[in-house]
Design a protein around this ligand. Structure first.
Ligand code: ZN
Length: 746
């Protein structure tokens, strides 16, 4: 090994050390309570422990949820506040063609004296049926109470209201009821919403109102750097995810939405419990929420505001730019990159100009290809759940190997010119996408300031030796911004779908290789070795563990009289479960309109039917047809109607209430035990065909018939979302009332 190789290896090791430092310096941890108005995690978790009691799942409309509400109200009173419970039947129609209904009981209280333009702290207390919801959204509730407690001692100048909503998991029904019908909603000027799609990691601020000038100013003024970047906000707005804030934003409020996304495989399972609730995460959400409320107190709502772009520098600094300024700086940085490239001669300038593009394509394709290959070989859909590091290593090695191979084949030396070329390509990418994903510029514009400095140094002969150092600094600043963002995206997408993130790593490799002015010799070999190690590891590590589980809810379902056990197909069923029931060898569509994808199905004993559906009236007049339906199901936790051939439906009322008009309704659902008698009235066009109806009723828990399957489920698998359940589906033909007979059920 020659001296050059040694120096190369030394710099590679130094680079790895810097990257490792960036990861470990993630600024989250539990602080000892400092007093003096600081967020106290211990106190917050103690309150939550009391509220959750025996940690039973407490979905909306269940007795367990009522018990949680009573304990919550008692805790609020113990803090010296006056909780008021607002109960109303309400349907949320935020998704086209669907009305999701419930009778939410929202708990609200004023932290300060009541007033207008108030800051609302919102979180929800209901859980999914599958788990106790210690993080989702018990953590939000705990943080809201502790922040309220701290603000009481130290009241801000702007009024503060807390709303702990109900039935979020049933379709944002509580928050929708608050926004549409609660008189308090009119007094809200800004919202700090607290959510969880996981149990660990930072509390990311991932959504604001638009334009966001005041929101960003509030976050900057609060005295705690939020974990936030515009790119994540851009991506969230593209994805079909929702929180309570979705239905609160139309109030025209300012907003900051915080959510935790680490440990996402425990989300909505029984493992979202107090033991798995990361105390450092509670502290981070607490510090962030307290600062956001204090920040909004300095930003009363008035006048116009502009759209801002923002990013946090590893929790140390909150960097903010107005959108046009970001664009201007991007153009400047792009120009500087071109200048450094042109003024740095290597004798292979044409190849060096295109090498980064080819390296990105090769690295990206190799990473995606390696991931697809592992997915093809491994039987489980979520094979990297328990040991994501193995696939992460494989993807990174594939990305770097692809890039190193391209440089080797092109005989392009690493160094300042290659780094400048890579900055030109990143600049072109960011500028090309600026209209659609302006947040991407926040990863590039700050390091490009050092490239601008390098361009100046290149033009002054005396400063020439500083050029590689300035370019290296640009790469380091990029690492500080891009690596945490990449980590966030991997948590958000899950590593199985995160292969394209290696493009950031390839850029980083090209940015940081500023010293060695010779074709990279050892890099392809080293990355090929890593590729082999990562590939073997990704293939052999266990897919699931007791704390990082597979999602395996058991559904005991009867469709038009035909009962079955049904389990979503996300991999082969465990042998122990196959022994208990005779599952088919091939997964198939279940026939349930609410199902998504194929499932494993086995014969099951017939249901003991209860209740029934009747047409209580069917009258036609000159203006149209009115059909009243009454579904009674004494054991159901949710009842739903799916209408097919429903073109003639003009209006639907549920429990005597007309959902807010939106798209024509083809689905109505009602969650909670109050919906055990489910009354729906259809108004149809005079000559319309009667629609076909699928009546679906769900009861949480799989019941005695499914207990053997539950017992056979391995500890590495858990129910998720609605969880284990009994579902009865019945197709009902609404016949014209020839004789006065009720409509027959097929
Ligand atoms: Zn939630």
């Amino acid at each position: 090994m020659g001296y050059a190789q040694f120096r190369h290896g030394w710099r590679l090791a130094a680079l790895c050390l810097v990257l490792l430092l960036v990861w470990t310096l993630q600024p989250i941890g539990v602080r000892a309570p400092r007093g003096g108005g600081a967020f106290d995690t211990q106190r917050a978790v103690a309150r939550l422990t009391t509220i959750l009691g025996d940690q039973r799942p407490h979905p909306a409309g269940s007795p367990a949820n009522e018990a949680v509400l009573q304990r919550l109200a008692q805790q609020v009173r113990a803090l010296g506040f006056t909780p008021e419970i607002d109960e109303r039947f309400h349907c949320n129609t935020w998704r086209a063609g669907a009305a999701v209904c419930a009778s939410p009981r929202n708990l609200r209280f004023w932290v300060t004296a009541p007033g207008d333009d108030a800051i609302l702290i919102s979180a929800h207390y209901d859980s999914v049926p599958a788990g106790p919801g210690a993080a989702d959204d018990g953590m939000g509730v705990a943080v809201a109470l502790e922040v309220a407690h701290l603000l009481k001692a130290n009241p801000p100048t702007r009024p503060v209201l807390v709303a702990i909503t109900d039935a979020e998991e049933a379709g944002l029904v509580g928050a929708s009821a608050f926004a549409a019908e609660d008189p308090l909603a009119k007094r809200v000027g800004a919202v700090v919403n607290l959510e969880a799609r996981g149990t660990t990691g930072q509390a990311n601020m991932f959504q604001t109102s638009t334009p966001n000038g005041r929101d960003v100013a509030a976050l900057a003024a609060g005295g705690h750097v939020p974990a936030a970047n515009s790119l994540a906000s851009d991506l969230y707005s593209i994805l079909p995810n929702d929180t309570d804030l979705t239905v609160l934003l139309p109030l025209g409020v300012d907003a900051a939405n915080f959510a935790v996304i680490g440990g996402g495989k425990r989300y909505h399972t029984p493992l979202d419990n107090l033991a798995n609730l990361d105390r450092a995460t509670v502290q981070h959400m607490g510090d962030s929420a307290l600062a956001a409320v204090k920040g909004f107190a300095t930003q009363p709502r008035h006048g116009a505001e502009r759209q801002k772009l923002f990013i946090d520098l590893n929790g140390w600094l909150f960097l903010v730019l107005a959108k046009p300024v970001a664009l201007g700086l991007m153009l400047l940085g792009f120009g500087a990159s071109v200048l450094v490239f042109v003024r740095t001669r290597s004798g292979r300038s044409v190849r060096t100009a295109f090498a980064p593009l080819l390296a990105l394509v090769a690295g990206g394709l190799l990473a995606v290809g390696a991931t697809m290959l592992v997915a093809l070989i491994r039987p489980e859909a979520d094979y990297a759940t328990a040991a994501p590091w193995a696939l992460r290593l494989l993807q990174a090695a594939a990305g770097l190997a692809g890039a190193a191979l391209v440089l080797r084949l092109l005989k392009v030396p690493t160094g300042v010119q290659l780094a400048a070329s890579a900055w030109v390509w990143l600049g072109a990418l960011v500028l090309g996408l600026f209209a659609f994903v302006p947040g991407l510029s926040m990863l590039a514009v700050w390091p490009l300031l050092f490239v601008v400095a390098a361009a100046v140094a290149r033009s002054v002969p005396r400063l020439n030796p500083a050029v590689p150092w300035l370019m290296g600094l640009a790469g380091l600043v990029f690492a500080l911004l891009a690596l945490p963002a990449a980590g966030g995206f991997e948590e958000g997408l899950f590593v199985e779908h995160a292969a394209p993130i290696v493009l950031l790593l390839v850029f980083l490799l090209l940015f940081l290789a500023v010293f060695r002015e010779a074709p990279a010799g050892t890099a392809p070999l080293a990355s090929a070795l890593l590729l082999v190690v990562g590939g073997i590891a990704a293939l052999v590590v266990p897919a699931f563990s007791a704390t990082e589980p597979r999602h395996l809810p058991i559904v005991y379902r009867q469709i038009d009289g035909k009962p079955s056990f049904s389990i979503p197909d996300n991999g082969p069923l465990p042998a122990a479960m196959r022994k208990v029931a005779r599952f088919a060898d091939v997964a198939a569509e279940s026939g349930d309109p609410a199902d998504w994808g194929k499932s494993w199905q086995a014969p099951a004993p017939a249901f003991v039917e209860d209740g029934g559906l009747s047409v209580t009236s069917d009258t036609s007049g000159p203006t149209g047809l009115t059909i009243r339906l009454r579904a009674v199901s004494p054991l159901a936790d949710r009842q739903e109607f799916f209408f097919q051939k429903g073109e003639g439906i003009r209006a639907i009322t549920v429990q005597g209430t007309a959902p807010k008009p939106g798209a024509p309704l083809r689905y109505v659902g009602c969650t909670g035990q109050a919906c055990r008698t489910f009354e729906v009235t259809l108004a149809l066009d005079p000559r319309a065909e009667r629609p076909e109806l699928v009546w679906r009723r769900t009861r949480y828990g799989v019941g005695p018939a499914g207990q053997a399957l539950v017992a056979a489920r391995p500890v590495t698998a858990q129910p998720v979302h609605v969880g284990d359940r009994q579902v009865i589906l019945q197709t009902v033909v609404l016949k014209p009332p020839v004789a006065a007979a009720p409509a027959g059920a097929r």
